[in-house]
Write a protein that binds this ligand. Sequence first.
Ligand code: BG6
Ligand code: MG
Length: 218
Amino acid sequence: MSQKAIIFDLDGVIVDTAKFHFLAWKKLANDLGFDFTVAQNEELKGVSRVDSLNKILNWGNKQLTEEAFNRQMQLKNENYLSYVDRMDKGEVLPGVQKVLDYLNENNIPYALGSASKNARHILEKIDLKDGFTAIVDGTDVSKAKPDPEVFLIAAEKLNVAPEDCIVFEDSVAGIWAANKGEMTSIGIGEEKTLYEADYIFSDFTEISIEFLKNLLQK
Ligand SMILES: O=P(O)(O)OC[C@H]1O[C@@H](O)[C@H](O)[C@@H](O)[C@@H]1O
Ligand SMILES: [Mg+2]
């Protein structure tokens, strides 16, 4: 049996930041003269900042110069960070800490594999930064999910073969990335969207230590 490791996505897996992204994207859209819905926000899960803005402008039928585009991205991020700055440990989603405790107690390495350029800052806010063997985020990659790059770099930093990595993801793009990287994919969310994952749970409270142990011993 070879050493296994875990890779966690951040947004929607460890914390629910989609609600903050929604508020910040909605303000941007409204300021530009069109609306932005919760359903559209759902489609941006796991999508990089630049790809998200391109999609939103497309939905709003709006074109921007490169300069205005970059300015809007910056404004959106400043607004988003004003919500992030109010985050603390209480934002860690139910059931996550139990899994992290198990990994820590059993010396099972784990990494972060997130599309966010704010990932390190968020981990600091929720006091989880120290446990990760490696942190790979939107500042470390050249290709966004569904490209497996972020998870492959994480596997390399963990010193574990991709096929021995188990990825927790809430986005379709992230599940595709994990599958393309030949990793075990665990979807956190709804079966109707994440059906391509190897396993699906609605949240971490549904994941038993027994399940995790079995997976790590496979
Ligand atoms: O804007 P950030 O923090 O760099 O995040 C990039 C993307 O990170 C992903 O984790 C989120 O699901 C997306 O909604 C977000 O757009
Ligand atoms: Mg996510």
